[in-house]
Design a protein around this ligand. Structure first.
Ligand code: ADP
Ligand code: MG
Length: 701
């Protein structure tokens, strides 16, 4: 546990005071000494290495040189004043430049002494210079802290103006570390430290700020990353444990009439092995008496919906209600129309509840839910509203695009005295590390097999200049009786512009594919739901051959006859979105195509995205690439969950440490569920402290 001393407000540290204290709080979220101690450098510079002037390029990050300083001169006047000096070693010379602080600098350098300078080379016209270098007199044999690894801390303009640039922050940390009142308590058990050969917390913190060697820095980083992952995992596992212990689950005693009728009379295909396995896993959970919280992962088209539907029928067979929540209105409608047709055949009523449900209808639905008359409800976020009350909700399916946080999921549990079982389905696969961190409190099922007979979609990259060729291809496909999607990007900030792109695109398509031979549909987010439905309906009924749209058709939409997906400005889409869009075709028996249209100018990252799409159809592989390219912070939904605001660990780079941390967290929870063993006392202390610390807890739940 943080000692009392570490809880001291930052203002009281020597060298801080009210003004800087306020800034540290506002700019860096540092409000106590403890926060300062765990404000880690973002990078280190190796100061044991000296460069020669002749080897300097302007694109080097930092260089350290040893040599003499001469020819100090002032240039310009008033605002444009600068001071320069010549720095030379035995390989050449380079200009140093300052824009302030002249008075002090002018007399600081003696001509016959060696100096160590340190700074970033920048291009200045045709020359290279170093602005505002750190300068130190060279003294033979003196090994200073600075002559090894120099830590760099992030700062801000405001902080810099108050002397708290990286160096200033480091100085504060030095003050703190040298304070005799400082006590750094261990947070891991001795057993863990021994087994994993981890540095103590004390040594790790000292070395993260003032590394004594490369090796110790490395060990310090490993220790602190492990700790960060470990407590996040412990927390998630504790959540799960609490749920299993405290949260009773409704019991589905039998598999009954509705399930069997659906399985034997309605389902017109054989389930894949993976679908059967997952159905068994769910069956097992739902009769256990514990609440199920399961994540169902599977690639686009792997057939998650039918598994969800059969699970919902298990609920109905046992006298419970079931609901399915989708991320968009269109998807909710699609689910509704498919599911209601299927359930009608076995004599079950289904209703759809979304933001645009008419109030009279809504009233009816709400009454039928409360009386228990309505067994199955499909909808959007509208289902979470407090007004929506069930008689006895037993099973909840969340078909999400990682958009719901743990808190929102929890809201659904509380819709019943006894919590319903929850099945979360992802729209596209999530990389394992991300799943472990964001969904670490859930059990995971994977459908790792596509239904038989599915031909992989062929993906092709085309430049905009080849548009005519693409139009020719579209015509060929339409002649074969196929249908085409053409999708335009939509980015919230410039919705108007995008809409213009879409409309221009629509017009040129309509010109190239004129009536009466062709008919073109258009759907975008600004249309009313009824209009959208009408247009979608025309496409589904094959009255139109081409569907021009924004990404509103991204999720779920299922038109097996559509065999070509053309994505305009493909470089503007994220990888998982591209994969999701591609999944809209390839559902029928015909060979399908995905054509990615781009301009010639592509960023490196965009090139990699396109390449990865052309090379692979495997959603799990694509998800991994996506995570590597974008970093965890940008993956949809993870921002809201906040769980990835980590101080030092990185779920991509530190995947190995994450795995070990999870493994040990699981082991400890199994061996000592309440953390009551004496050896786990430090872990318990830290866990409890985190629990009390709202700032952390709110990130998790
Ligand atoms: P997703 O996992 O992407 O949500 P869906 O559940 O929408 O996939 O299923 C995609 C399509 O495959 C649907 O038309 C569905 O009826 C069909 N399907 C699902 N399972 C099978 C199967 N075992 N055999 C044949 N077709 C299947
Ligand atoms: Mg789906």
């Amino acid at each position: 546990m943080a000692s009392e001393f570490l809880k001291t407000p930052i203002e009281y540290l020597k060298g801080v005071g009210p003004e800087r204290g306020k800034l540290l709080r506002e700019e860096l979220n540092i409000s106590t000494l403890d926060d300062l101690l765990s404000f880690y450098p973002y990078r280190y510079i190796d100061r044991s290495r000296f460069f020669k002037v002749r080897d300097i390029h302007f694109d080097m990050a930092y260089v350290q040189l040893k040599g003499r300083i001469s020819n100090i001169k002032m240039h310009g006047h008033r605002r444009t004043t600068r001071m320069t000096a010549v720095f030379s070693d035995d390989s050449g010379q380079i200009e140093l430049v300052w824009f302030r602080g002249f008075k002090w600098l002018k007399d600081a350098f003696k001509p016959n002494f060696d100096y160590i300078i340190f700074g970033k080379p920048t291009r200045f016209g045709r020359k290279i210079n170093i602005a505002h270098p750190d300068i130190e007199k060279f003294e033979q044999g003196k090994i200073t802290q600075d002559s090894k690894m120099k830590p760099l801390y992030s700062s801000s303009e405001k902080l810099k103006s108050k002397g708290l640039e990286s160096k200033g922050i480091n100085k504060l940390i030095k003050t703190l570390i040298e304070d005799p009142r400082l006590k750094i308590n261990e947070t891991l058990s001795q057993e863990l430290l021994d087994k994993l050969k981890l540095l103590s917390r004390h040594d790790a913190l000292i070395n993260i700020h003032f590394p004594k060697s490369h090796e110790l820095l490395n060990k310090a980083q490993i220790r602190l990353k492990f700790e960060e992952f470990f407590f996040i995992q412990l927390n998630l596992l504790k959540l799960k444990q609490l749920r299993v212990e405290k949260v009773q689950g409704v019991v589905f005693e039998k598999v009954g009439l509705f399930f069997n009728r659906f399985y034997h009379d309605v389902l017109n295909f054989e389930l894949t092995k993976a679908q059967k396995r997952v159905t068994r896993e769910i069956r097992h959970d739902t009769k256990s008496g514990k609440q199920m919280n399961r994540l169902l992962q599977g690639d686009v088209g792997s057939g998650k919906t039918v598994v969800a539907l059969m699970s919902m029928l298990m609920a109905v067979d046992n006298g419970f209600q079931a609901c399915l929540m989708a991320p968009t209105e269109i998807l909710a409608q699609q689910h509704y129309s498919n599911i209601s047709i299927a359930l009608n055949k076995i004599g079950l009523k289904t209703a759809l509840l979304t933001g645009s449900t008419k109030s009279s209808e809504r009233k009816e639905i709400l009454e039928a839910l409360l009386s228990g008359e309505l067994p199955v409800l499909i909808g959007t976020h509208a289902l979470i509203e407090d007004k929506v009350k069930f008689k006895n909700l037993g099973f909840v399916v969340i078909d999400e695009q990682h958009r719901f946080g743990v808190a929102q999921r929890a809201k659904l549990w509380y819709k019943n005295d006894i919590s319903p079982h929850v099945l979360v389905m992802t729209a596209t696969p999530i990389p394992r590390t991300l799943a472990m961190t964001v969904y670490g409190d859930l059990d995971v099922s994977v459908i790792d097999e596509l239904p038989p007979g599915i031909k992989p979609v062929k993906t092709i990259h085309q430049y905009d200049s080849n548009r005519l060729k693409v139009f020719g291809f579209i015509k060929e496909q339409i002649k074969k009786g196929r249908q085409i999607y053409i999708v335009y990007p939509i980015i919230e900030e410039s919705e108007k512009l995008d809409l213009k792109d879409l409309k221009d695109g629509y017009e040129s398509i309509a010109r190239a594919f004129p009536l009466p031979e062709y008919a073109v549909s258009i759907v975008h987010g600004q249309m009313k739901a009824t209009e959208k439905n009408y247009e979608m309906g025309r496409f589904v009924k094959r009255e139109t051959q081409i569907m021009v749209s924004t990404t509103v058709i991204e999720v779920g939409v299922d038109v097996p006859n559509a065999s070509v997906m053309i994505i305009e400005n493909a470089e503007r889409f994220g990888l998982s979105q591209l994969h999701q869009l591609r999944g809209r075709v390839g559902r029928g028996a015909d060979q399908s195509f995905c054509i990615l249209m781009t301009g010639y100018k592509l960023t490196n990252e965009a090139k990699q995205r396109i390449k990865s799409m052309v090379e692979s159809n495997d959603g799990f592989k694509i998800a991994e690439t996506d995570l590597k390219l974008r970093g965890p912070g940008d993956i949809e939904g993870t921002k809201q969950s906040g769980i990835l605001d980590m101080k030092i660990a990185d779920i991509i780079k530190d995947e190995k440490i994450l795995k070990v941390a999870r493994e040990y967290a699981i082991r400890i929870i199994q061996e000592d569920p309440m953390l009551n063993k004496k050896m786990n006392y430090p872990i318990k202390e830290k866990y409890n402290q985190m629990y009390l610390n709202k700032k952390f807890w709110s990130r998790i739940s």
